[in-house]
Design a protein. Structure first.
Length: 256
């Protein structure tokens, strides 16, 4: 039976059990206890497992050195679900102490399984939202990596920080404007749309796009931004019509 097949009260009890077991596993360094959850087929069981690691750190039940040491051991698993969960657990620690877990992401960016690489994207998102400075510094190292998938993953990973603070990630995005790979360009356009619809964000994005050299890409990005204001109309601070009006008045390319 899956996590969300259980009644709410039973889910709460299960979370308590997993929290207790994960703590015991890390304290006693018993892989079998932790792997029972880290390898589970149910996504939400695995999620509860890696969130439990974050709770251990937050509650100061174990030193972060001890947590990281055991995660290093677990990451050696041949099971991709275990490695994926380790990366998500490292992401919980990296919200406050990225320097202790940076090496996990250096490895996992190149993991053979896409699920592990996707966990890097998810972790960059949640870490970048809470602890942006070291995360963005790390991301910059891979912006121009020869592997197009690495460039795409980095672009996608920094998106969440940009939804509230587009000014933080726009300098990095600008460096990708001349990337010739379709998957990278499409991700870049997608991210520009995603960081444009909250309060004050459209103004910041349009001002920045006025400085970009790749006008063909910018035009596609502006089309995406307009479309996002319709797709997310229940969440956008401006209507689609208001966004169009603002772009027409403030994007120089519209008036040249």
């Amino acid at each position: 039976m899956g996590f969300y097949d259980l009644p709410k009260n039973e889910r709460s009890l299960l979370v308590q059990t997993i929290d207790s077991d994960i703590l015991e596993g890390f304290v006693q360094k018993k892989e079998s206890i932790v792997l029972n959850y880290f390898s589970d087929d149910d996504t939400y069981i695995r999620k509860t497992g890696y969130l439990a690691v974050g709770k251990i750190h937050k509650n100061k039940a174990l030193e972060i050195d001890s947590l990281v040491s055991f995660l290093n051991q677990l990451y050696l698993s041949k099971l991709y679900k275990v490695r994926q969960t380790v990366i998500n657990a490292a992401g919980e620690l990296g919200k406050t102490h990225f320097e202790f877990v940076e090496h996990f992401f250096d490895k996992a960016l190149f993991d053979e399984h896409h699920s592990v690489r996707n966990a890097v994207i998810g972790s960059i998102k949640k870490m970048g939202e809470n602890n942006p400075k070291p995360i963005l510094k790390w991301a910059r190292k891979y912006l121009h990596h020869p592997d197009k998938e690495v460039r795409r993953e980095i672009c996608h990973g920094i998106e969440l920080r940009g939804r509230k603070y587009p000014q933080d990630i726009l300098p990095l995005l600008k460096e990708l404007q001349h990337d010739t790979t379709a998957r990278v360009k499409n991700t870049l356009i997608h991210v520009l749309g995603q960081i444009s619809y909250k309060k004050g964000c459209l103004e910041t994005v349009v001002k920045e796009l006025n400085t970009w050299e790749n006008k063909a890409l910018v035009e596609k990005a502006l089309d995406e931004i307009v479309d996002v204001h319709d797709r997310y109309k229940n969440f956008s601070v401006l209507t689609q019509k208001e966004a169009i009006t603002y772009i027409d008045r403030n994007f120089r390319g519209k008036n040249e």
